[in-house]
Design a protein. Structure first.
Length: 471
């Protein structure tokens, strides 16, 4: 273990103790200087009781023995989950980002806000580019599923050879959904209704159980897809000439594909906003101190997070965004630094240098270096409805970094995103913002010009019935 790791460990411990002491102070309503003494007394009492139980144990006739074993088993199970298993944090619409109103449930409020909110003059709802369909590990060999994104209905399956394929979900024979109940046979998918089989590579029918011959016209649409960085991606384009020929490729993240960085967890957020609002946040540097300045322990409610209790610390950010030159004009690069100040002192342990690459309209790689280790957040943004986005982050970190540390990073990032969600779920899209002369606002304007390259003449516009916006 090098001195850097020791320093990191010590600093992390100090942070944990500082936060725990503050929480104890608040919960127990005692002065801070008495918290240490209370902790010491509790540890002594607990240790004494444990020693007593261990020295008198096991008494197989006592009910308490079984209760203790059950409690310890549950404790060890949760300890194992927390320390070693990847994070999986899912927040659907209504879970966060809305303000409670009377006796309404959060789901009712979410639906109501969706209907009455002023949407604004939004750009086309499905831009052109690569979109994440699903994470690779959720589709084992020989499995199939149905996915509905970008107004498309897709059957996604993995053949016996391990390759993933994406076909139109509706069978051309009589419309059964291939992704619901469809069986994988070799590298084809078999329709659950009358057993027609379709090849994954091109959608051609290879077998019709009751027909002597399989005519040439019997096929289903096959979509262009690619699997890399733990994701199955779909190429989507509104113009005929680019539908099946991607204009650009998704860069591979070598440290993921060669196993140097390993998977440590995911977060999934469902957001009620136009897709462009989310990447635009990357170029919006003036929201960083406002939305992401207060400590993450202060929570995700934008009004409550200014609570003076947590004012002993704050996050500091610097950011710069620019678009890449040709031939990478579909990529924007954000350079971000993060630091944490506690009691006026800089805590270098969770300093982070982030290099975020926005690759097209819907994929971001946030590669970071910290004193604890390096890693990447792979972000995928997919419209599941015109105004509902599914935002997924996966974290990969250097295999030497303990999973609990990677999960701590991921949770910190998720809480910051959840503050943005409160803005996104309730805002309107302003097509002509009231910008003032400043570096900050001109950067957002620059991002809008950059993002406009992903809309073309036939990109689908927003047309909907507000009454049907229940979920
Ligand atoms: S509907 Fe698919 S085979 Fe008949
Ligand atoms: Fe943000």
């Amino acid at each position: 273990m090098n001195s850097k790791s020791v320093l990191s460990g010590v600093l992390l411990s100090v942070l944990v103790i500082a936060v725990s002491a503050s929480v104890s102070e608040k919960l127990l309503r005692v002065p801070l200087f008495e918290v240490g003494e209370l902790w010491y007394r509790s540890v002594c009492t607990l240790t004494g009781r444990m020693l007593f139980l261990l020295t008198t144990w096991p008494d197989f006739y006592a009910v308490t023995t079984y209760i203790i074993v059950a409690i310890l088993s549950v404790g060890f199970y949760y300890f194992y989950l927390i320390m070693f298993c990847p994070l999986n944090r899912i927040r659907i619409l209504g879970d966060l980002g809305y303000r409670a109103e009377g006796k309404f449930t959060m789901k009712e409020i979410a639906n109501s806000v969706r209907k009455r909110r002023m949407v604004g003059k939004v750009p086309a709802v499905y831009p052109n580019g690569w979109f994440g369909i699903m994470e690779s590990h959720t589709l084992p060999r020989g499995n199939s599923t149905y996915v509905s994104i970008l107004g498309l209905h897709l059957a996604v399956f993995r053949g016996e050879d391990g390759e993933s394929h994406v076909l139109d979900a509706y069978c051309p024979h009589m419309g059964a959904n291939l992704g619901i109940g469809g069986r994988v046979v070799g590298n084809c998918i078999e329709c659950p209704f009358h057993g027609w089989q379709f090849r994954g590579t091109d959608g051609k029918a290879t077998k019709i159980p009751y027909a002597e011959k399989v005519p040439d016209f019997t096929k289903v649409k096959a979509y262009v897809s690619k699997e890399t960085n733990g994701w199955i991606y779909l190429w989507h384009h509104a113009e005929k000439e680019h539908k099946d020929v991607p204009e650009w490729e998704i860069p591979n993240l070598d440290n993921i594909n060669n196993g140097r960085w390993t998977y440590r967890g995911r977060t999934e957020h469902h957001i009620n906003a136009h897709i462009e609002e989310i990447p635009e946040n990357g170029a919006d540097v003036s929201h960083l101190p406002q939305v992401h300045g207060p400590m993450i322990s202060a929570g995700v409610d934008l009004k409550e997070m200014w609570n003076t209790f947590w004012s002993f610390g704050h996050h500091k950010w610097t950011a710069a965004w620019e678009q890449n030159p040709a031939p990478e004009k579909h990529i924007g690069t954000l350079k971000l630094t993060h630091s944490l100040n506690l009691f006026g002192k800089h805590l270098p342990l969770i300093d982070m240098d982030v290099r975020a690459q926005q690759i097209g309209p819907a994929i971001v790689y946030l590669e970071f270096d910290s004193p604890i280790g390096s890693g990447v957040f792979v972000q995928s943004l997919t419209p599941v409805e015109p105004m509902v986005q599914k935002l997924v982050h996966n974290i990969y970190m250097d295999r030497k970094v303990p999973t609990i540390i990677a999960k701590f990073f991921m949770l910190g990032e998720a809480l910051q995103v959840e503050r943005d969600v409160m803005i996104w779920n309730n805002k309107t899209f302003v097509s002509k913002p009231m910008f003032v002369k400043s570096k900050e606002d001109s950067l957002i304007a620059k991002h809008r010009r950059w993002y406009a390259q992903f809309y073309t003449e036939n990109s689908p516009k927003l047309t909907f019935q507000k009454e049907s916006m229940e979920w």
